[in-house]
Design a protein around this ligand. Structure first.
Ligand code: C2E
Ligand code: MG
Ligand code: MG
Ligand code: MG
Length: 268
């Protein structure tokens, strides 16, 4: 009986695996097709807000696709080495659309893109082609890209080149990786975004004595000491907003402050 069950279970897993593989291949082919034609892919923009005035000071470009959410298709693109071309599409589109809103635009950079030694040259080319001023571009990178091995050092060198061009760099989802504080002080970055895991760990209303609240306060103090701008991500309610403001955060992002929205309606 046990043997029979084992067999059933194996067949069950095989069926699921096959289904997952089929979906992966189907999505991959569709994504390649859409990217080639630049159809079915668009950018949503979410404001980064000055917490004093409530006004947006920048927009983050977030890639959208007709067939899946970013949480699914971005890892998929990374697995199949499609992220570099997808990233170029995003950067070009974000730079092209920048005059429509006139604010600096934040663009997410995947590890695969930044680890390509030609990345700074690609960025420079896109800035030139689109006429976007380097000051209007902010690249968001994750800590894991910048681990101090050989590739990480190359990526860090690329960021230095980009900053000399006038492009700014922010560390995304700060705190979700394994960042050493010492390394943060050495990284060529202009700002950090406190990951939404931290913001959410505050609870609502936040308890200032909780460990999560102390960590958030310490991260802000650290950013200030290092002369970095700090953005609190994942601001979803008034209690948390008030708390972050009182702590001294100048910048925030989250559903309460503004949801990701396309610049154009589909018909345009
Ligand atoms: P991210 O760069 O940290 O972007 C923030 C994510 O949090 C976005 O998810 C945004 O919609 C979501 N978010 C914003 N406010 C709130 C909030 O108040 N509460 C909660 N729970 N979530 C909030 P999205 O658009 O699904 O993107 C997920 C991730 O996919 C991004 O995280 C980024 O890492 C990646 N991604 C998106 N577009 C691109 C892209 O063009 N290139 C690359 N390399 N990665 C991208
Ligand atoms: Mg980001
Ligand atoms: Mg983030
Ligand atoms: Mg992220």
């Amino acid at each position: 009986r046990a043997k029979g069950e084992g067999k059933d279970r194996l067949a069950f897993f095989e069926a699921h695996l096959q289904e997952a593989l089929r979906r992966e291949m189907h999505l991959l082919e569709a994504l390649r097709h859409d990217l080639e034609r630049e159809k079915g892919l668009w950018l949503a923009y979410q404001p980064i807000v000055d917490l004093k005035t409530g006004k947006p000071v920048a927009l983050e470009a977030l890639l959208r696709w007709r067939l899946a959410s970013p949480g699914e298709f971005i890892p998929l693109a990374e697995r199949h080495r499609l992220m570099a071309s997808l990233g170029q599409f995003v950067l070009r589109r974000a730079c092209q659309e920048q005059p429509r809103h006139g604010l600096p635009v934040h663009v997410n950079v995947s590890p695969q893109e930044l680890l390509d030694p030609h990345y700074p040259a690609h960025v420079a080319q896109i800035l030139e082609d689109t006429g976007c001023a380097p000051e209007n571009l902010v690249l968001e990178v994750t800590e894991s890209t910048l681990i101090p091995d050989e590739r990480g050092r190359e990526a860090t060198g690329s960021l230095q080149i980009l900053r000399r061009l006038g492009v700014r760099v922010f560390l995304d989802d700060f705190g979700s990786g394994h960042s050493s504080l010492e390394r943060l002080a050495q990284l060529p970055v202009d700002g950090l975004k406190l990951g939404q895991a931290f913001t959410q760990a505050l609870g609502s209303p936040p308890d200032p004595q909780s460990p999560a609240a102390r960590v958030v306060a310490a991260v802000l103090a650290l950013a200030k000491t290092l002369g970095l701008q700090a953005v609190a991500e994942g601001v979803e309610d008034e209690h948390v907003l008030a708390y972050l403001k009182a702590l001294g955060f100048r910048l925030g992002q989250g559903y309460l402050l503004g949801k990701p929205t396309p610049l154009y309606s589909e018909e345009e």
